[in-house]
Write a protein that binds this ligand. Structure first.
Ligand code: GAR
Length: 208
């Protein structure tokens, strides 16, 4: 089973969804490390209570991004990690780090990329009057929230939605598609060609 490192900064609900998928011995990946840049991340406690290996690399302890990322990289390497899932990891990664993990670094983002990169996606979707919204799992490239798309899910924007109700509808889909994307990667069913991912064996690349 492919050893996976999950990077979090907070609540960690996507990490939990991935961990629950990996708890099935038939799943092709296993959690080798849950790492947080924030010692207070709630997800760390959850992971430790379940006996998952955890690490904390507080970014404030490092003099620059490169030193912080070198420490993160050393933890991942020592844990034997082969694939990384960013799951609410709120530090921008430099090109140096991203390029060391090309096509082995996944991110989940709460919008239908390439629309609504960046923060506060649910508020911005409502402000724009969008009728559809969703989430994306993609391979990470140095430019923020860009890279070949692995899986997306769409949800309707309903007339009475608040940012919170919309976020909850999207989050339920995040928890469904992140394990699906990790499975595709772990089973080596993804071929990257230019800006796009092609999925072998007729696996679904879209699930609305
Ligand atoms: C998730 O909605 C994730 O898509 C988003 O942060 C939340 C983390 O929740 N990520 C980003 O906005 C990345 N730019 P979680 O900690 O419960 O998984």
């Amino acid at each position: 089973r492919v050893p996976v490192g999950i990077l979090i900064s907070g609540r960690g609900s996507n990490m939990m969804a991935l961990a629950e998928a990996c708890a099935d011995p038939a799943f092709p990946a296993r959690i080798a490390l849950v790492l947080s840049n924030d010692p207070a991340a709630a997800g760390l406690t959850w992971a430790a209570e379940r006996g998952l290996p955890t690490a904390v690399v507080p970014h404030r302890d490092y003099e620059d991004r490169e030193a912080f990322e070198n420490a993160v990289h050393a933890h991942l390497r020592d844990a034997g990690v082969r694939l990384i899932c960013l799951a609410g990891f709120m530090r921008l990664l430099t090109a140096g780090f991203v390029e060391r993990w090309t096509d082995r670094l996944l991110n989940i983002h709460p919008s239908l990329l390439p629309a609504f990169k960046g923060l506060h996606t649910h508020e911005r979707v409502l402000d724009a009057g969008m009728k559809l919204h969703g989430c994306t799992v993609h391979l990470v490239r140095p430019e923020m929230d860009s890279g070949p798309i692995l899986v997306q899910a769409a949800v309707p924007v309903l007339p009475d939605d608040s940012a919170e109700s919309l976020a909850a509808r999207v989050l339920a889909q995040e928890h469904r598609i992140y394990p699906l994307a990790l499975r595709l990667m772990a089973e080596e069913r993804v071929r990257v060609s230019g800006e796009a991912c092609h999925i072998r064996d007729g696996a679904p690349s879209t699930e609305a």
